[in-house]
Ligand binder design. Sequence first.
Ligand code: MEV
Length: 445
Amino acid sequence: MNTAVAGFSKLTKEEKINWIAKEYFFNPEEGISTIKQYWNSDTKLQQLHDDFVENTISNFYLPMGIAPNFLINGKYYSVPMVIEESSVVAAAAKSAKYWSTRGGFKATVLNTEKIGQVHFMFFGEALKLEHFFNKIKPMLIASTESITANMQKRGGGITSLELRNKTSELDNYFQLHATFETKDSMGANFINSCLEQLAKTVKEEAYNYPDFNEVEKNITIVMSILSNYVPNCVVRAEVSCKVDELAENLPTSRQGRIENPSEFAEKLVQAVRIAEIEPFRAVTHNKGIMNGVDAVVLATGNDFRAVEAGVHAYASRNGTYASLSHANIDNGIFTFWMEIPLALGTVGGLTSLHPLVKIALEILEKPSAQELMQIVAVTGLAQNFAALRSLTTTGIQEGHMKMHINNILNQYQTTVDERKMIKNHFENNTISHSAVVTFIENLRK
Ligand code: MEV
């Protein structure tokens, strides 16, 4: 029977681990040893990781892979990806190489607006609040000046501030709706600091506003927070080529090679159309896009939860959850594209703290936030193309199991000789979990 613990955060790291081991591990010594096996021997580096969150007991590794040959707007990138799913990096690399010989990817940042809101309750006449807001707006902006000064020097800051009446949806509910330009930073801390100052000023000014009665003076600030929905911080990624150029019949690409390009193009367009109208498919379709997006977002130290939340909200913006990507064939030209909202940063946050994030940004040649938006969107589109290509030709399992086989071999702790025999056998036989396990068991008989 486990017990509750008081003051866990005040225990030392050793004490925390001992408590966990005592409470939860069947074999405490082995559990403790596994936790410590993942500590870094460089104590300074370990301390850095310990300090990222509270109650750190160890480090949780994920593979960092590279998908080379991404030609984006005429420039080659090697894209760092952090992800556990076996086939994702291979798929991105394959897609990147394929499109590098067909003109590469084009990417454009359409806009870069971030949003934040002060949510508050006002118990009075909406018109009076409007007059009040118009009067104090310059004061509100001025009150944030010490926070915005540095950002303004970099060309950013608060770009608009408006009062929104939401009382038709919720009694007494109003917002200060602010938009921001945060340049190369994701801007979460900047935006939240500005909003908290705006909230403080609005409350103080209301209290001293002579036209408000006693009830009206008492504005209730409910919360001040950025929005992770950024429908005006959107990047477009695109590939296109003549339908005939989609052909790929090189002997090296046996798997899913494209021998009939017009049939392939039609099927791909149909697959996208299905995801445009069928939410069950759209979710999986977009999940494939996010395989690429999240992996680069993670590698570059950005907030993948924020990106996920914002992207899926965007996918539902017309009232039904739908595909983020689109495809068509027009005049013999196949075009495949996607527009997604991405609030990313290449300065601030983890970008200057996590050594591997710094390396990832170096591999990308220190991109601006806008350049990173383009790289991330392109990786998502490449991933989507790879998935649709497999799905509409060989099926997804062939490529997936080819990569996943390594996980099975590790799980069964196969020897080098066993691995050779297994890989030889499955060169020409269908890979499935049970087929591999049976083969290993037969080998070991
Ligand atoms: C698997 O991680 C992603 C896919 O399911 C995406 C898709 O179905 O388009 C292959």
